[in-house]
Design a binder for this molecule. Structure first.
Ligand code: SIN
Ligand code: MN
Length: 261
């Protein structure tokens, strides 16, 4: 899997890419099938919604499940990441954000670097967020919203929001979002199961509540150059992994869904 020159240019211009069909439905289903046991195992990386108690995000999954351990080394994620950042990369964060049917809550407007910098002392906005859709993500089940081009402004003013949801997040306030959205619009990142998103660390994004009857689970791997690693360890390992071993992509070419677990 190699990104074309046009895709690389698009990433530079928009700050994100939507790449349909990189993983098969069977692979997405195999990954999703691991979730109920992971959600029930009492791990501190499982963080629940305030209101419903349903799992909102389950973190550190590559250390908890063999299929997710393979996924973080999958060439369909790692080859593009290495193309964009051609230097040794480590696994910074691994999670599934769930957004359960009827009860999945908002992810406020934010950009990831604000948290990486403020909480973990990451010096520069070089991390990449790589998503794989484990459900079909539509206009109505809480897709990510991106503000195209918002990454180009670099760091915006942010505020730590510990009130809105169970997950503390450095957020971008409404007046700035309005200015950015008026200038650039908003794109809903939708697609079938197996779609991949790639986006950069200063891209402003968020997602609305899921009031539909359909779950919306999305896998997220954040990779960061080893040379740009965290300088502080305020957060638990599952929020920012300490292990700086460079990621080596799988070489066996095994498809996730066809492997015995
Ligand atoms: C979401 O799962 O909707 C938010 C994901 C993110 O902020 O990366
Ligand atoms: Mn984010």
């Amino acid at each position: 899997m190699k990104l074309s020159t046009a895709e690389l240019r698009r990433l530079e211009r928009q700050g994100f890419l939507i790449l349909p069909d990189l993983f098969s439905e069977a692979e997405a289903d195999a990954l999703a099938a691991r979730l109920p046991a992971l959600f029930a195992d009492g791990h501190p990386g499982n963080i629940v919604e305030r209101a419903s108690g349903a799992v909102r995000t389950a973190m550190g999954l590559h250390l908890r499940d063999d299929l997710y351990a393979r996924l973080v080394r999958d060439p369909r994620l790692i080859a593009p990441a290495r193309q964009i950042r051609p230097e040794p990369l480590y696994v910074q964060q691994v999670k599934v954000n769930v957004k359960a049917a009827f009860s999945g809550e908002v992810w406020q407007w934010h950009y990831d670097f604000a948290t990486h910098h403020a909480e973990d002392g990451v010096p520069r906005p070089l991390a990449l967020n790589l998503h794989v859709f484990l459900d079909d993500v539509t206009d109505v089940n809480g897709p990510l919203y991106f503000i195209p081009g918002s990454h180009a402004y670099g760091s915006h003013e942010t505020r730590l929001d510990t009130e809105t949801t169970s997950y503390p997040l450095w957020v971008v306030d409404e007046p700035l979002v309005r200015d950015l959205a008026d200038a650039h619009g908003i794109v809903a990142a939708t697609g079938g199961k197996g779609t991949v998103l790639v986006f950069v660390d200063t891209l402003v994004h968020g997602s609305p509540v899921n009031m539909s009857p359909w779950d919306r689970a999305i896998f997220s791997l954040i990779v960061n150059p080893v040379s740009n690693a965290y300088r502080e360890t305020n957060r638990p390992d599952h929020k920012h992994h300490r292990d700086l071993t460079p990621i080596e992509p799988l070489t066996d070419g095994g498809r996730l869904g066809t492997r015995a677990a």
